[in-house]
Design a protein around this ligand. Structure first.
Ligand SMILES: [Zn+2]
Length: 1006
């Protein structure tokens, strides 16, 4: 007769709770404690230990939110314990929540008296080794990190900002004890967890399942409840047989790699991430000492750089572990950034700065891209990653899709230019695995390449301040290495995984284009100031590098390499996947805004110095074009006399509004400040869909089901309030060069003032929006219902653009209801298009529309601002300025130029002379994205270009400076090929959306 599973399960639950868990430690002794609460922000170890420490007893509350308490721990191990196994066990007052919340609780880092770091204390990792039994002497830096998400409820939290933290203590310190370990009971517990977990995953009638149940019953029989420690070995013996059964020959293989996904800021400020990294990395280094097979995969050069800067002693040991191959850099990026919003050059710099750091510090270059948690993946990434020298790509976030399931786990991912990168989505669907049986079984069950491939990756370890991998996880890996019924687990590196997977699946399936994440669609819009700061910084960086390079080449000005590096590192950090997306607490976003302001000052200083050196002192008004397209008649990268704007705008009163004629457009502005008619005069084409009006502001209730700052839910589309009536409309300026009409609309406590600008000869309508926003949980959109009939919309992404369907045939189309674009979007019928450019934000929706049942058109909407209340209760409140331009008759080239005009406008300086461009592209559609000095300080000039139209093109690139030689390089400025030249110009032949980096060797003057 089979053993009754229902009774077994009940018996085992009690057995573990009543006999095993309580006997993990034999006895405990309280250690001596003295404490010093830090009055403000954290201080370094050396400063802390000089303070006055007062006696402290367990049971005492401590820790106002975000505060720090230093504990001095002393004592000695009793003589009669010396031959046993003992350690220090700390409970800072951890929440009993068994899962989750590991990054949202108190944590501590243990220092020796000399300031060296021992290990950390985390909710699921509470022990410290005893190094000196006669004289225990340690300092614990305990951080009272609050649970901002309030146990997953995620309501507006007072812990979002230091200014609103309640004056109350969050934790009660339970104990800091010396404890004698029953190691054999701990091992028994691990045996039971592995086998009992496996039982639940095996098919009901499998003999293997019954066999394990019988063995577990026998183990419970063998343990004497009156002598648990003394009989644990007998219980383990009863399990030895079932644990020794080898894995099935066809078992799925799991390459498990130690990991800790530490968000570089999120529900805590950046300063706490620095400490979280120190704690987790200290744990990892300690654990590698105990387990010779443990390897830890760690991304984000920024996090290594923090350790180098703030924890030099830990840094030396970390470097040693990297050299031994135990602590393995992965990803090769500065941070695990968002990939939807960073601009072209910034996305490249994530790799240039990330890999540059790893190569400089370790002589090591990761070959994979490691982005398990970013919110969707740009179709430009395969080319960017490959151009940075990476071969593999990893994420698991696509498992968060609300609607559709990607058909592959191991596949080629093909970008907009056709570049393919070997990609893996771990079928375990997590980057925080505990190597529990249910997770391993899930990896095997879900793996899409079953039958073709045999291996998947499982990153294991607590992230976000949970402390990384634990000894319990390592124990599980060892027990499942070769165990019947379980996938076969081996600990290793991500590189080992990718080599094995690509060897067994040389020709997997292909996913083409972006990996659009079917959730978190609000992240293109939330925290408008952060987004504007990023956009402004990216463009100031381009201008600063361009003019600093030009000034260094032409005027001998020193190139500010270190200043630029510092700025880039700030901007790159703030592209982290919870900062730029707007999903961090108030503290993080206010700090980010301050950083952007500081960065702007530094960059404006570089630009001013460079331009002054180039133009000399003088009174002539000169126009400076920092963009790669001709603006206001000034060719790219040229400084020259300003060219007078055209004249010829006429304004006629018509009813309660006006008719404005720019020569290129005839526009009706009505008494509501809206545009019922926009006629493109060269073609006679009416742009506005019949019965609709351009410039309509629309407000949606915006209360997502779950993640407020992250999500815009589909249901918002069902309720909309149109701001049809203006509070006021007035003609501000009339011709001859420009006509301007100011409109004021209001909703709730908020007002939106729009200056509509019409310029002579221009087919663009500019909208300067001044939004005083006091709405919460509402989304403001700006609509352009066009008469254009098309099945796809084009959006700018990095180094090119992407086409997305405007219809909703499939569930994939339906789910793509809010999309990301950089500076412009465009819709077109053959030969005639319409573009909307912006200078501030990223969220759009562009859909087929049937106004009034008449001729179908396409409505283009820009998401301007939201007001989610979690994690920042004050998100988006206050004054904001945005610029939008609606361009009629716009092809892709015109759309690109409109984006440049808003984001990199021509600036004016006073000087004595004009300046010719340092570089000129004479290849149709090929734009210069960056001009800079080489990263290695050699003085070489690096020029990055890309084909922007999606065409093949041939021509020359003409440098405006002398050089000793030129070569093509990868993003890291390493030789990839020769460049042919004629009369100093570089011949170039490019494929659609190809990125080209040219490196011009400096002429040596010695
Ligand atoms: Zn994350």
């Amino acid at each position: 007769m089979r053993d009754n599973e229902w009774l077994y399960r009940g018996r085992l639950g009690r057995f573990v709770d009543e006999l095993v868990t309580p006997n993990l430690y034999a006895e405990t002794r309280q250690l001596e404690l003295r404490a010093w609460p830090v009055p403000g922000e954290p201080v370094p170890f050396a400063e802390a230990i000089d303070q006055e420490f007062a006696p402290f007893t367990p049971g005492t509350p401590w820790g106002r939110g975000w505060s720090t308490l230093w504990l001095h721990v002393t004592g000695s191990v009793p003589d009669d314990w010396r031959d046993t196994t003992y350690e220090i066990v700390v409970d800072l007052g951890f929440s009993p929540r068994p899962d989750g919340g590991h990054g949202a609780q108190a944590e501590a880092l243990a220092f020796r008296p000399d300031g060296s770091i021992l290990k950390a204390i985390e909710p699921f990792n509470r022990y410290l080794p005893v190094e000196h039994p006669d004289a225990i002497d340690l300092y614990l830096e305990a951080a009272a990190n609050p649970d901002v998400g309030i146990g997953g409820a995620w309501h507006p939290s007072p812990f979002s900002s230091l200014d609103t933290v309640p004056d109350q203590e969050l934790y009660v310190l339970r104990h800091v004890d010396l404890a004698r370990r029953n190691v054999e009971v701990w091992e028994l517990n691990e045996d039971i967890e592995v086998l009992a977990g496996l039982v639940e995953e095996l098919p009901a009638n499998l003999p293997r399942r019954a066999e394990i149940v019988v063995a577990l019953n026998a183990a419970m029989d063998a343990l004497d409840p009156r002598d648990v420690a003394g009989t644990a070995t007998d219980a383990r013996a009863a399990l030895a047989g079932v644990l020794a059964r080898p894995a099935n020959a066809s078992a799925h293989r799991v390459l498990a790699t130690g990991h800790a996904h530490i968000d570089s800021a999120w529900l805590w400020p950046v300063r706490e991430t620095v400490r979280k990294c120190a704690r987790t990395f200290a744990n990892v280094i300690a654990l590698t000492e105990e387990h010779p097979d443990l390897v830890f995969s760690c991304s984000s050069a920024q996090q290594y750089a923090w350790i180098k800067q703030y924890y030099p002693e830990l840094w030396q040991r970390l470097k040693q572990k990297v050299a031994e191959g135990r602590f393995v850099p992965v990803g090769g990026m500065w941070v695990e950034s968002d990939t939807n919003m960073p601009g072209s050059e910034a996305m490249a710099r994530q790799f240039i700065h990330g890999k540059g750091f790893f190569l400089r510090e370790f002589g090591y270059e990761p070959t994979d891209v490691w982005l398990p948690d970013s919110f969707g993946y740009s179709g430009a990434l395969p080319q960017i990653a490959t151009a940075a020298g990476s071969q593999y790509f990893l994420t698991q976030k696509m498992s968060w899709n609300e609607t559709n399931v990607l058909p592959h786990h191991t596949f080629w991912w093909e970008g907009i230019d056709g570049t393919r990168i070997f990609t893996h989505l771990p079928p375990v669907d997590t980057y925080n695995s505990r190597l529990a049986a249910f997770e391993l079984a899930k990896a095997e069950r879900q793996y899409s390449e079953q039958g073709h491939g045999t291996i998947s990756l499982v990153p294991f370890g607590y992230g976000d301040g949970g402390g990384g991998p634990t000894r319990e996880m390592v124990a599980k890996a060892h027990r499942t290495a070769d165990l019947e019924g379980s996938p076969a687990v081996r600990i290793g590196t991500a590189a080992e995984f990718f080599e094995a997977a690509s060897a067994e699946l040389p020709n997997p399936g292909t996913w083409s284009g972006e990996m659009y994440l079917e959730t978190h669609r609000g992240t293109y819009t939330s925290q408008l100031r952060t987004k504007q700061g990023n956009r402004r910084s990216e463009h100031l960086l381009r201008a600063a590098e361009l003019w600093a390079t030009t000034a260094s080449v032409r005027a001998g000005l020193a190139y500010p390499a270190e200043e630029l590096r510092g700025v880039w590192e700030t901007v790159l950090l703030q592209q982290f996947h919870d900062i730029l997306p707007g999903s961090s607490i108030a503290w993080v976003h206010r700090e980010a805004e301050a950083n952007y302001a500081r960065v702007a000052g530094v960059l404006e200083g570089i630009i001013d110095r460079s331009l002054a050196a180039l133009t000399g002192a003088g009174d002539e008004v000169l126009a400076v074009n920092s963009s790669p397209v001709t603006l206001e008649g000034i060719t790219p990268f040229t400084i020259g006399p300003a060219i007078a704007a055209a004249s010829g705008v006429t304004v006629e009163a018509a009813g309660d509004g006006w008719v404005i004629d720019t020569g290129a457009l005839r526009v009706v502005v009505d008494g509501d400040g809206l545009l019922p008619s926009v006629v493109h005069l060269p073609t006679g084409r009416e742009l506005v869909a019949e019965g609709r009006r351009f410039g309509l502001l629309q407000v949606h209730n915006d209360r997502p089901s779950m993640y407020e700052a992250w999500d815009i839910d589909a249901h918002i589309g069902r309720v909309v309030e149109d701001l049809e009536k203006a509070d006021s409309v007035r003609l501000v300026t009339t011709g001859p060069r420009v006509a301007e009409i100011e409109t004021v609309h209001s909703i709730g406590d908020s007002t939106i003032t729009t200056l509509l600008r019409f310029s002579a000869g221009s087919a663009a309508i500019d909208l300067d929006l001044d939004i005083d926003w006091h709405e919460q949980r509402r989304l403001l959109k700006l609509a352009f219902p066009t008469s254009i009939f098309t099945d796809r919309a084009t959006s700018e992404i990095q180094f090119g653009h992407i086409a997305r369907p405007t219809y909703t045939n499939t569930t994939w189309d339906v789910a793509r209801y809010e999309t990301c674009a950089h500076r412009w979007v465009q819709v077109a019928e053959p030969g005639f298009g319409f573009a909307v450019a912006n200078d501030s934000t990223y969220g759009h929706d562009i859909r087929r529309d049937h106004p009034g049942g008449s001729a179908p058109g396409t409505t283009v909407r820009l998401s301007l601002i939201r007001g989610p209340m979690f994690p920042d209760p004050e998100t988006d409140q206050g004054r904001h300025q945005l610029r939008v331009s609606a361009v009629c008759g716009a092809d892709i080239g015109t759309a690109i130029a409109a984006g440049q005009r808003l984001n990199q406008p021509v600036r004016e300086v006073h000087g004595a002379r004009s300046v010719s461009p340092i570089i000129t592209s004479e290849v149709p559609g090929v734009l210069v994205e960056a001009v800079k000095r080489a990263e290695d300080g050699s003085g070489d000039v690096v020029v990055r270009l890309y084909e922007s139209l999606g065409s093949r093109a041939t021509g020359v690139i003409r440098p405006g400076f002398g050089y000793a030689g030129v070569e093509r390089t990868d993003l890291l400025e390493r030789h990839t090929g020769d460049a042919s030249t004629t009369d100093g110009a570089v011949a170039l032949s490019v494929r659609p959306f190809e990125i080209v980096t040219l490196r011009f060797a400096a002429v040596r003057r010695d």
